[in-house]
Design a protein around this ligand. Structure first.
Ligand code: AHG
Ligand code: MN
Ligand code: MN
Length: 340
């Protein structure tokens, strides 16, 4: 069978679901094109002089890697002139970036984590790009931070790209999740998995165990029960994986199931958690739910969280539906009992 390209897939979706209009299609294709450029930069590594620190910091107070800055610029440049966007927001920029006046403004807002897992760049482990698309509120010509503060349920599309052994683009427009693999020679993304489903049950968890002593009590109880294995209350052994690139950990879960947790802990409580709501948690939660999984903060559905600020952080529990619900129950039981 002839492979289906991303363009062909989007046109077919447009006909079938009538949710993708020409502007949204252009937006997704432009993001995909930018991701191809990032994939090339990542792939060149030391030969392209892209490894190491940029010598600058971002709004989160994190040191930026050269590739954080390069990827951010590639995404901004690719998206500025197409006429499909009103503004962008990025993990690497304090404020929203409006489309320059020289270009026409479209109806969409694009949010991204240009390079996720940047701590892994210099050791040649998979990194990625995460993006989320919202509608620009009616009548807003110059979008500001408040125009981006929409719940995850308002997303019209979301996706991520993993720069791993293969470069993959994972996409949802609210009608399931599809996976495209980059065919490097012609430089086109081809559909390689249609309508991915996450198994509802799992025996694999992903968490940074080095933070254990900082966790809240329900988190301690949940992981202790998994670690107790066959002899414990779960009655079976659990395996653990932690890549420390959210894109790679989520992609494993999309492929074979699992639960990914970045809880709030004593170290991150003041900030609300580690991962960012608008361009990490929301797009991943949308994708995971569209693949039949679940995503919560440990207390509530991530997609229902009403954002208060652009760079807001949240605890994240996502993956196989039954396991995420169970882990969330540990917190709810504690909430109800008034325990910590
Ligand atoms: P980013 O590189 O965009 O700042 O994101 C890093 C995130 C995420 O990708 C990963 O799951 C997590 O940080 C890793 O955290 P630890 O270093 O605490 O393991
Ligand atoms: Mn990230
Ligand atoms: Mn990042």
């Amino acid at each position: 069978m002839k492979p289906v390209s991303l363009t062909q897939f989007l046109i077919e979706e447009q006909r079938r679901h009538h949710v993708i209009n020409a502007d949204l299609r252009l937006l997704i294709e432009v993001v995909a094109r930018a991701c191809k450029r990032i994939a090339i930069a990542v792939g060149r590594g030391a030969l392209g002089d892209v490894l190491g620190e940029a010598g600058t910091g971002n709004v989160q107070g994190e040191a930026q890697k050269k590739l954080d800055v390069i990827s951010n610029e590639i995404l901004l440049e690719a998206n500025a002139w197409g006429g499909h966007l009103a503004a962008c927001a990025s993990e690497e920029m304090a404020d929203p970036y409006p489309v320059p006046d020289a270009y026409p403004r479209g109806n969409y807002l694009l949010l991204f984590d240009p390079l996720d897992g940047s701590g892994n760049i210099d050791v040649n482990i998979s990194v990625g790009t995460i993006f989320s698309v919202l509608r620009c509120p009616e009548g807003v010509a110059h979008p500001a931070e408040k125009d981006f503060l929409q719940p995850g349920t308002a997303q019209v599309a979301a996706g991520y790209c993993v720069y791993g052994p293969s470069t993959l683009l994972i996409l949802t427009t609210g009608h399931g999740v599809n996976v495209f693999t980059l065919d490097r020679e012609p430089g086109s993304f081809l559909l390689t998995m249609r309508d991915v489903r996450i198994p509802e049950d799992t025996s694999e968890f992903a968490i940074n165990m080095s933070n254990q002593r900082h966790w809240e009590a329900p988190m301690q109880r949940y992981i202790a029960d998994l670690l107790a294995g066959k002899q414990g209350p779960r009655g079976r052994d659990f395996n653990m994986r932690w890549v420390a690139s959210m894109v790679a950990d989520v992609h494993r879960i999309l492929t074979r199931g699992g639960i990914f947790i970045y809880p709030v802990d004593a170290k991150t409580r003041e900030k609300g958690g580690k991962l960012r709501l608008m361009y990490e948690a929301n797009p991943m939660a949308f994708i995971v739910e569209q693949a039949g999984g679940a995503a919560t903060t440990g207390h509530t559905r991530i997609l229902d969280v009403l954002p208060q600020k652009l760079h807001q952080r949240v605890p994240v529990f996502l993956g196989s539906k039954n396991e995420v619900e169970l882990a969330t129950r540990y917190h709810r039981v504690a909430d109800q009992a008034g325990l910590d």
